[in-house]
Design a protein around this ligand. Sequence first.
Ligand SMILES: Nc1ncnc2c1ncn2[C@@H]1O[C@H](COP(=O)(O)OP(=O)(O)O)[C@@H](O)[C@H]1O
Ligand SMILES: CC(C)(COP(=O)(O)O)[C@@H](O)C(=O)NCCC(=O)O
Length: 320
Amino acid sequence: MSDVSRPTISAESPYLEFSRAQWARLRDQHPMSLGLNDVRRLRGAGERIDLAEVEEVYLPLSRLLNFYVGATAGLHRVTSDFLGERPEKTPFIIGVAGSVAVGKSTTARILRELLARWEGTPRVELITTDGFLFPNAELQRRGILNRKGFPESYDRRSLVRFVAEVKSGKQEVSAPVYSHLTYDIVEGERVVVRQPDVLIVEGLNVLQPSQAIAGRRNTLNVSDYFDFSVYVDARESDIRRWYVDRFLGLRQTAFADPDSYFHRYASLTDEQAVDRANQIWEEINLPNLVENVAPTRSRATLVLSKGGDHGVSRVSLRKL
Ligand SMILES: Nc1ncnc2c1ncn2[C@@H]1O[C@H](COP(=O)(O)OP(=O)(O)O)[C@@H](O)[C@H]1O
Ligand SMILES: CC(C)(COP(=O)(O)O)[C@@H](O)C(=O)NCCC(=O)O
């Protein structure tokens, strides 16, 4: 008879499958709760997320990640010993992937706050891959301005170089910045990362495998540097609804700003806005999800499957 308290293991899948209740129970086995400071930090970051969700899903995940960080540091130590080298501290790199509007940024920000509370990882930096999109002028030159978010819209070489430099322990590494307001790379602005304990790299395509390109020697992809990766998953119909809802909300916030690239959307009626959001979804984000993002799900170390209210209903963890 199967034990409902145990995760499901199947010979065909490389994952252990936890129901929400099974995952949440891990918290009791490894006592942990949010302190007042954690709650303050999360609230300060402006997340609308339910605290029970944080306690039951993200807190155990952050604890597990903290164990992985410790174990990976141990592996680096024995390797350095073996090679007779002086051990150097190597940042632990986490990738967060998934569709537009599935909640990658929210997940990444929560993990950042929670990870920073555990011993050994007080310095957690977060970078989003949109900073590595080509500037609009370059996308236009290549005829792919309507392909933002597709793999070819990114300067993948710069992204890989950025992560490789952080991982190699370089003192200061900087990345370009993307503005959702101007819909373009911000000229002259950089975000600087200084030897973090953990770097979270969040973006649509971060789990893409490297592709061997004839005549090119260095074909590594950013995923080759990950120590752990999370894929945030949900039904397409739910993600589309979250996308449309976010678009409707942006009319009162970002679109209302006269500097916004999409200022013209601020005056759309509800019906017009829903139509426009659905159109963008169907022409850009859905094809990208189907062709490029979803196929990378099976490469993740952990998959968070969400229900229609953003609550995580299942957690799949790759077996060791
Ligand atoms: N765990 C969550 N609980 C409640 N709302 C969420 C959660 N995650 C995301 N959202 C909401 O869903 C929308 C998309 O989330 P976001 O993190 O911006 O997605 P992405 O970075 O994948 O485009 C936003 O409106 C966000 O507030
Ligand atoms: C900027 C994005 C490509 C996401 O980039 P990411 O941070 O995942 O690299 C995406 O949010 C976007 O703007 N897509 C274009 C279509 C749209 O407006 O939804």
